[in-house]
Design a protein around this ligand. Structure first.
Ligand code: BEZ
Length: 390
């Protein structure tokens, strides 16, 4: 729109105007405090790296306004309102918690502000509550866990006990795993949901798992809760008799070294591991480590790909809320985790899933890929994609 106006002015005055640079105002809505603060910081580092690496490919420039969700849905909703109504952002990127995504969904959809989800896997945001303004560059909770139910049963595991924090992500991840594990012929012999952000002692739950008769335990924990859980699981002496499996956030490269030897032998699934053996991943990993001193995690790559998607969208000339939302739904590129595209039926990213074991490496713990499971689109889960309002 702004570019069109300048072009029109050029014609009217008879002067040729240089192509204008669009300034895109981006609200970066992430947890910079609370239980997922480290995740938010890694996403931001990945986001900034992509702007630095690919920003010159577009005429657009980016102004970033950061807001801290504190992993609290009401706080996040207030911050989203501020970004949209006060800062007048063109687009929001970020969101780590499924609970926060659920809280801000109606706000961004109603205001027609594009949202690039850079972590939160809430199935409903690309299911029954899908929106043409919400494009997810991270994963859906089902997408990560569904293949693991089938894969674990194929490995000869018949009975599992499951554990996860009691909020949307924990419930959706375990539901997806449970459905596919049972469909494959497995049995879930026990299931507990632990109070989110409040559980410090997992002992009572681990005692239940031990007494359940399960062959293995399957869990979702992330951030600080993952570190505590993995350490307590090991110190309870469960690992040898009751192998630990889960979604790969449990042993993320971001904090696996804080878990230490307790994480060795844990088998999990994720859409990205830093050991993916491709040129695109090697280039990214080297640049990320040079910039931050850290091995890149799934959170870092999600931030990186979110910014990359934004850059790709602006390369089509998109610059306002509507054209950005429309262009984001159509991005596709080769990134560190493989070939990425967006499923137009749901706006969720389509990507392969990697099953990996955490093993000791030369420089600390590392990820040994055991299987690459093919990229599949999520079922629509009730998504009837509304048109973009004019
Ligand atoms: C979520 O709430 O969707 C989530 C949080 C951390 C890691 C993975 C998923």
């Amino acid at each position: 729109m702004k570019r069109t106006m300048l072009a029109a002015l050029g014609l009217a005055t008879g002067f040729a105007l240089p192509a204008a640079a669009e300034d895109i105002k981006v609200g970066l809505l992430l947890p910079f405090s609370g239980v997922y603060a480290a995740l938010g910081n890694d996403i931001e580092a990945g986001f900034n790296l992509a702007i630095e690496q690919f920003g010159s490919e577009t005429k657009a420039t980016f102004e970033i306004v950061r807001e801290d969700t504190e992993v609290k849905p009401p706080v996040a909703l207030g911050k989203a309102k501020k970004l949209i109504l006060q800062d007048n952002v063109d687009l929001i990127a970020g969101i780590v918690s499924s609970g926060v995504l659920g809280a801000v969904r109606d706000m961004v959809h109603g205001a027609g502000v594009p949202l690039i989800v850079a972590n939160a896997g809430n199935d409903e945001a690309t299911g029954a509550d899908c929106s043409p303004y919400i494009t997810r560059m991270s994963f859906s909770n089902s997408q990560i866990n569904r293949p693991m139910g089938t894969w674990m049963h194929e490995q000869g595991i018949g009975k599992v006990f499951t554990l996860a924090p009691d909020y949307a992500a924990g419930r959706q991840m375990i539901d997806a795993f449970t459905a596919s594990f049972i469909a494959a012929g497995g049995e879930v012999v026990g299931q507990e949901f632990t109070p989110f952000q409040k559980t410090q002692d997992f002992g009572p739950y681990l005692a239940q798992a031990k007494a359940s008769g399960a062959d293995a335990v399957y869990v979702f924990y992330a951030g600080g809760e993952a570190i505590s859980f993995v350490k307590q699981y090991d110190s309870f002496g469960l690992k040898a008799d009751l192998p630990l499996y889960g979604s790969g956030f449990l042993t993320s490269a971001l904090y696996v070294n804080a878990e230490g030897p307790a994480a060795e032998g844990v088998i999990t699934a994720l859409h990205y591991v830093p050991t993916i053996d491709t040129d695109a991943n090697r280039v990214f990993a080297e640049a990320f480590t040079a910039a931050t001193g850290r091995v890149p995690s799934e959170y870092a790559v999600q931030g990186y790909d979110a910014a990359r998607a934004l850059i790709e969208a602006t390369k089509t000339g998109a610059s306002d809320r509507e054209t950005l939302a429309n262009a984001l739904r159509q991005v596709s590129f080769e990134g560190p985790r493989g070939t990425l595209s967006i499923d137009p039926a749901t706006n969720n990213v389509v990507q392969p899933i990697y099953v990996y074991e955490t093993v000791a490496g030369e420089n600390g713990l590392t990820q040994k890929v055991l299987a690459q499971l093919p990229a599949e689109t999520d079922p629509a889960n009730g998504c009837v994609m509304p048109p973009i309002a004019n």
